[in-house]
Design a protein around this ligand. Structure first.
Ligand code: NAP
Length: 287
């Protein structure tokens, strides 16, 4: 068989996407495993989305991650979707093969793997409060709801989104009690075992915490999906109150490892990918 000389191309599709950390972790993994591949950023405006997706194979692109605002919009262009992507209603990973484009979602599993493998947190019988009802929240909520919690309460400034998400959870995941919270008080954080921030509040270092300190307590695990800096205001006050805390870098790493396995069939080199992420954040003075 002739030796393949051109590298496979992978990348992240988004608009904007130029601040993505995915290239550093995937390129480090390809290098470590001596895979002849490169991971790039594809910042594609909406009017070019259809053409970009149709030409993936022609352009030697073997797989992509999908980020804001395309996680739902790519679905009509796929030939197949995984059970997880169907359940969440969004795709963050596409594999290109001779059979066409197949969509997956690794966000929810990435989150769950991180909290269980690193923090030994099992959602079973737990009371869970979620801030935000957008795309990331949906992936996280579906995975939590599938794992036997006692209760999930969700709050978002956009009440329609909360209503839609709760209706989806009631339909897909029988068992837990679901609460459509009309305010942060109604999330019942003071009784919760896990609080997840899935809003963008905290992405700017000057952002305040959405949660009054009086609701935070020992025994509460506070997980902020934001990974651009290690300590958001929410995580700072949670730490002060004796909570276990995590930012979202682990979720980013685990969802990336799962995508890598889907594309290459190989186990992702976790330590190498994590080191690449931390180094990049340090260099950009974000750590
Ligand atoms: P999204 O779809 O825009 O959802 C965010 C939701 O938060 C929106 O419904 C938004 O409402 C709501 N919101 C905004 N301000 C709020 C406030 N003050 N109080 C309550 N709700 C508020 O975004 P996403 O894709 O889910 O991402 C959310 C966050 O997760 C981002 O910071 C993102 O970087 C992070 N994330 C991390 C990972 C990871 O791997 N760690 C993966 C995905 C996402 P409006 O739309 O009305 O503003």
């Amino acid at each position: 068989m002739a030796k393949k000389t051109s590298s496979d191309i992978y990348g992240v599709l988004g608009f904007p996407a130029k601040h993505s950390l995915s290239p550093v972790m995937h390129n480090a993994a390809f290098k470590e495993l001596k895979i002849n591949a490169k991971y790039r950023i594809f910042e594609v405006p909406p009017q070019e989305l259809e053409g970009f997706l149709k030409d993936l194979s022609k352009n030697n692109i073997a797989g992509i991650n999908v980020t804001i605002p395309y996680k739902e919009r790519v679905i009509p262009y796929l030939q197949k979707t995984s059970v997880e992507a169907d359940l969440i209603g969004a795709v963050n990973t596409i594999k290109v093969s001779q059979d066409g484009l197949e969509g997956f979602n690794t966000d929810g599993e990435g989150f769950l793997r991180h909290i269980s493998e690193v923090f030994d947190f099992d959602p079973r019988d737990k009371k869970i409060a979620i801030l935000g009802a957008g795309g990331a929240s949906k992936a996280v909520c579906v995975y939590l709801a599938k794992n036997g919690p006692k209760r999930i309460s969700v709050y978002d400034v956009n009440h329609e989104k909360v209503r839609g998400l709760i209706a989806h959870l009631v339909h897909c995941c029988k068992g837990p009690e679901f609460i459509e919270a009309g305010s942060i008080e109604e999330l019942l954080i003071q009784e919760a075992d896990l609080l997840v921030n899935a809003t963008p509040i905290g992405m700017k270092e000057s952002d305040p915490s959405l949660v009054d300190e009086k609701f935070l307590h020992q025994g509460l695990f506070v997980y902020d999906l934001i990974y651009h800096h290690p300590q958001t205001a929410l995580l700072n006050s949670a730490k002060k109150k004796g909570c276990l805390t995590s930012n979202g870098l682990g979720m980013l790493l685990y969802q990336g490892m799962l995508s890598f396995r889907i594309w290459t069939g190989k186990n992702a080199p976790k330590e190498v990918m994590e080191e690449a992420l931390l180094l990049t954040l340090k260099k950009s003075h974000q750590v």
